[in-house]
Write a protein that binds this ligand. Structure first.
Ligand SMILES: CCCCCCCCCC(=O)SCCNC(=O)CCNC(=O)[C@H](O)C(C)(C)COP(=O)(O)OP(=O)(O)OC[C@H]1O[C@@H](n2cnc3c(N)ncnc32)[C@H](O)[C@@H]1OP(=O)(O)O
Length: 229
């Protein structure tokens, strides 16, 4: 069982993952195609037609999807790890066998481009926030990000497998400091991006205020806290 692996292989979860994969293929194709204007308009019409029946069945944003499992930190529409998300990679984070923390490998596509042929710096920050957050959760130290420091040493190439890793560096009361890197998978010791994040577990009063209206699909109240199962 991994930190980001969905709970069960239910038919609904399989369908959510299938749609997520189709959306990601569509985004990737839309950012790398040389199709004509007419072909693009035809594609846009088809996508709008396919979207309409989904939009007609909305889920309130404070009701969690039935396929989520907060206790195991599985959030299926998370924009980094969620298998149902069109914008997610999705990263498959696993315990790092090389000494604590979590690690994932991925080749980032054209849809994440910043400078030509390289990863957008904001996407690097997004990925690091998530990876370091999961490293905190893996150490049973869930918290909200209060600080994220990113150093861009070298550009991250697209379409090349990179290794994203994070591990807890320090614990101080409700504060957890986590460090991590993005590096080429074949040169893991040469950091392209280095990041340090501080996560703070909200006080029970603050958590109750923030997440008071949030319910699971079966109607149970949630604390917001993830990865506690
Ligand atoms: C699938 C699961 C996904 C898991 C990965 C998710 C990764 C992505 C995570 C996010 O995106 S989180 C969203 C972005 N973050 C926020 O919106 C957090 C906004 N900040 C807050 O709401 C509050 O700061 C917070 C609830 C986190 C804390 O408020 P509290 O009122 O509970 O705590 P308080 O302010 O008393 O601070 C507690 C301790 O943390 C310390 N602290 C607070 N802010 C700090 C800071 N910026 N840097 C260092 N320390 C800080 C603070 O000094 C204090 O230290 P001491 O206990 O020693 O006094």
């Amino acid at each position: 069982m991994t930190a980001t692996e969905p709970a069960t292989g239910t038919d609904l979860l399989d369908a959510v993952a299938d749609l997520g994969a189709a959306l990601r293929q569509s985004l990737e194709a839309s950012t790398s195609t040389t199709a004509s204007a007419a072909q693009l308009r035809e594609a846009a019409a088809g996508i709008r037609a396919a979207t309409a029946p989904l939009a007609a069945l909305p889920r309130p944003y404070d009701k969690l999807p039935a396929v989520d499992d907060m206790a195991r930190a599985v959030r299926v529409f998370n924009p980094v790890v969620g298998v149902g998300s069109g914008v997610a990679v999705p990263l498959d984070l696993r315990p790092d066998p090389a000494g604590g923390g979590v690690v994932a490998r991925a080749a980032l596509g054209q849809r994440y481009e910043g400078p030509p042929t390289f990863l957008h710096g904001g996407i690097s920050a997004l990925l690091m926030d998530q990876v370091l957050g999961h490293a905190a959760i893996a150490a049973n130290r869930w918290g909200m990000t209060v600080g994220l420091d990113v150093r861009y040493r070298r550009p991250v190439p697209l379409h090349v497998t990179v290794r994203l890793a994070g591990r807890v560096a320090a614990i101080d009361g409700r504060r957890t400091t986590v460090v991590g890197t993005i590096a080429a998978d074949d040169a893991p010791d040469v950091a392209l991006v280095e990041a340090t994040a501080v996560f703070v577990s909200p006080s029970p009063e603050v958590a109750a205020r923030y997440f008071a209206g949030v319910r699971t699909a079966s109607g149970e109240q949630v604390s917001g806290r993830v990865g506690t199962g």
